[in-house]
Design a protein around this ligand. Structure first.
Ligand code: UT7
Length: 354
């Protein structure tokens, strides 16, 4: 059995900076409200027609591959975490393979649909493959293009101001050093609150989980054959944009973040005082600060960049980890803790000895 180490890391964010003041031109919001409630000052939005979730992933991947000192043809498996895929299907994993121009081998590609905790779920999956010796160079990516799927009216302001676009990538390789790399990962879910943070339609649910099927434009007494995947009513009721019960998500997040970090530390016999750097999913600066207090960490032990990029969901951890590494805040032998909570609900943590 091997351990998996991060051999290379990269990130990409679009050039276009969108400030809170810019958003206030489209909805009733203020820079003061957004900064006070979330910590966000600005975020990046992709060029609508020239950039996609996959194209941003390509840029991040090229950097990670180069830093790992390998060629793209050495990649033997792709894991791609996103909630904003280019297509409903096929997933972004195969698109990334194509756009990177990986031709030599018919490698495997897997998409992960675990939203904010997608990168940690992906890391855990990749770690298992590396451990068993099945793969030697796994490209793991988290990427999001939220800017095309938000409701930019006042009705959608509670969600729209939070999210940003970007991509982060790592190359995972085996190491025989048992004290290095991914020490453990912890994964959890609670599907009972699935609709508290969700994008409901289009989907194949047909109103199954909802009493009022007419809200989706379904008329059971006058059922017509076909034509049900996207209805006018879905668009009218904005079921194609994300819904979030912010307070419910917040309450659960501040409970589960510390819990899942301690669970991982306990398993390997470490304590929060052993943490060199916590890189939490960038959901809300207030959540990160709460987790920091619960874990008794100093400011320099927690990395936050939500101020610049907003919440980039599956991309937030690899972007933050890469920035921290580039700034020299991730050093050889450091204990790095990753943790995330989000839609599903799903949450998880990972401990990495760098
Ligand atoms: O990464 C995935 C996981 N997501 C999270 O972890 C997010 C967790 N939740 C949150 O971060 C926070 O709940 C939000 C930032 C989304 C919202 O902050 P909040 O302090 O919970 O505000 P709220 O939803 O309770 O809304 C308070 C007020 C409301 O007005 P009334 O009803 O008090 O008059 C909202 O309509 O703030 C209003 N509001 C806004 N005002 C200005 C909501 N969004 C905005 C806005 N600008 N953008």
């Amino acid at each position: 059995m091997y351990n998996s180490k991060i051999a290379g890391i990269g990130y990409y964010v679009p050039e276009n900076i969108v400030t809170n003041n810019h958003l206030s031109e489209y909805m009733d919001t203020t820079d003061e409200w957004v900064q006070e409630r979330t910590g966000i000052k600005e975020r990046r939005y992709a060029d609508k027609h020239k950039e996609s979730t996959t194209s941003m992933a390509v840029e991040a991947s090229k950097i990670a591959i180069e830093r790992a000192g390998i060629q793209k043809e050495d990649i033997d498996f792709i894991v791609f975490a996103t909630l904003s895929p280019d297509y409903y299907f096929p997933g972004c994993g195969v698109l990334l393979q194509r756009e990177l121009g990986i031709q030599k081998t018919e490698i495997g590609a897997l998409d992960i649909r675990n939203q904010c905790s997608g990168f940690i779920y992906g890391l855990s999956v990749a770690d298992q493959f590396i451990k068993t010796g099945m793969y030697k160079n796994i490209l793991l990516v988290g990427a999001e293009k939220h800017s095309m799927g938000l409701d930019f009216t006042t009705e959608g302001r509670g969600v729209a101001v939070i999210f940003g676009d970007g991509a982060g990538a790592v190359v995972l390789q085996p190491t025989e050093d048992k004290n290095k790399g991914v020490l453990t990962t912890k994964l959890h879910s609670d599907g009972s609150k699935a609709e508290e943070l969700a994008l409901i339609s289009p989907g194949a649910h047909g109103g199954y989980f909802h009493e009022d099927k007419s809200a989706f434009g379904f008329d059971e007494s006058n059922e017509k054959f076909g034509d049900i995947f996207i209805t006018d009513k879905m668009v009218e009721n904005k079921w194609h944009t994300p819904y979030m019960n912010g307070q419910a998500v917040f309450k659960k997040a501040v409970q589960k973040f510390p819990e899942v970090i301690l669970e991982a530390l306990d398993e390997v016999g470490l304590k929060s005082t052993d943490i060199n750097l916590l890189v939490p999913h960038q959901a809300n600066l207030r959540i990160s600060q709460f987790v920091q207090r619960m874990a008794g960490l100093e400011d320099h032990q927690v990395y936050n960049n939500i101020q610049k990029y907003g919440n980039t969901t599956a991309a937030s951890i690899p972007i933050a980890l890469c920035e921290a590494w580039e700034e020299g805040k991730v050093k050889e032998n450091d204990l790095i803790v990753l943790a995330a909570f989000g839609s599903g609900f799903t949450w998880g943590s990972a401990l990495i000895r760098w």
